[in-house]
Design a protein around this ligand. Structure first.
Ligand SMILES: *Cc1c(COP(=O)(O)O)cnc(C)c1O
Length: 234
């Protein structure tokens, strides 16, 4: 099988999983965006996935993403890039140069750095998700659930940032269903104050069914689409 056929087969399988999970949860599959996480894979794979119809792509390292997006100058209109990795404030300027949406905002200081960089670049508002840490362990990034309302208010006050919702990774030591249920409750409350924050980005290759059962509107899929990553990607 050539790479294109391999990616098409993987994509068919992922789409079938999403459709089955939606059917089980009595949800419309159109509510669930498939975000392809292309970290460690070459720009040529992004081009193939684009030809196969995907429009949302994610990277987790600024430098790799800046290089890859610069190579991909003729992706169709409507293609959007997400930053899903931990982000240092000194990378804000570079990130607003390639990312349409930053899904990993977890502090007011990072939000302010992105807002400042967006203003300087004159690029219009950056779409933002707040990354939450469901178990409160800050080791892998994310703000604790109880700090979500204050950080959401902070982001919403910025004219340079547009609050779109929340992203989370299920902690390893919790059952995904349990983690996503906690997340679902926090996001439902958040929408009372921020009705435009409709995105719930939850679920990856291993747990997208549980995430869809608990209301995910965006699954971030790397391995199931592209295969095992050879390079380490913390
Ligand atoms: C790498 C990554 C993913 C994709 O993980 P897979 O298990 O390969 O599907 C999703 N979300 C984030 C934040 C990632 O860094």
């Amino acid at each position: 099988m050539n790479r294109r056929e391999e990616l098409r087969a993987n994509l068919d399988e992922v789409r079938a999983r999403i459709a089955a999970a939606c059917a089980k949860a009595d949800r419309d599959p159109a509510e669930v965006t498939l975000l392809a996480v292309t970290k460690t894979f070459p720009a040529a794979d992004v081009a193939l996935l684009s030809e196969l119809g995907l429009r949302e792509f994610a990277e987790n390292k600024d430098q790799e993403a800046a290089r890859k997006t610069a190579e991909l100058t003729d992706l169709p209109e409507g293609t959007r890039w997400h930053m899903v990795g931990r982000l240092q404030r000194n990378k804000a300027k570079s990130v607003v140069g390639w990312a349409d949406q930053v899904d990993s905002v977890d502090s007011a200081r990072l939000a302010d750095a992105l807002a400042g960089a967006a203003a300087k670049a004159g690029r219009g508002p950056v779409d933002v998700l707040i990354q939450v840490s469901i178990d409160g362990d800050p080791a892998r990034g994310g703000c604790p659930l109880d700090e979500l309302p204050a950080l959401a208010d902070h982001v919403a006050r910025s004219g340079e940032l547009a609050l779109r919702g929340v992203m989370a990774v299920a902690p390893r030591q919790m059952y995904p269903g349990e983690a996503f249920a906690l997340l679902n409750r926090a996001v439902t409350r958040l929408r009372d104050d921020h009705p435009a924050a409709t995105v719930l980005s939850a679920g990856m290759s291993g747990d997208l069914e549980d995430a869809i059962a608990w209301g995910s509107t965006c699954v971030r899929v790397g391995t199931a689409l592209l295969g095992e990553r050879r390079l380490a990607s913390p």
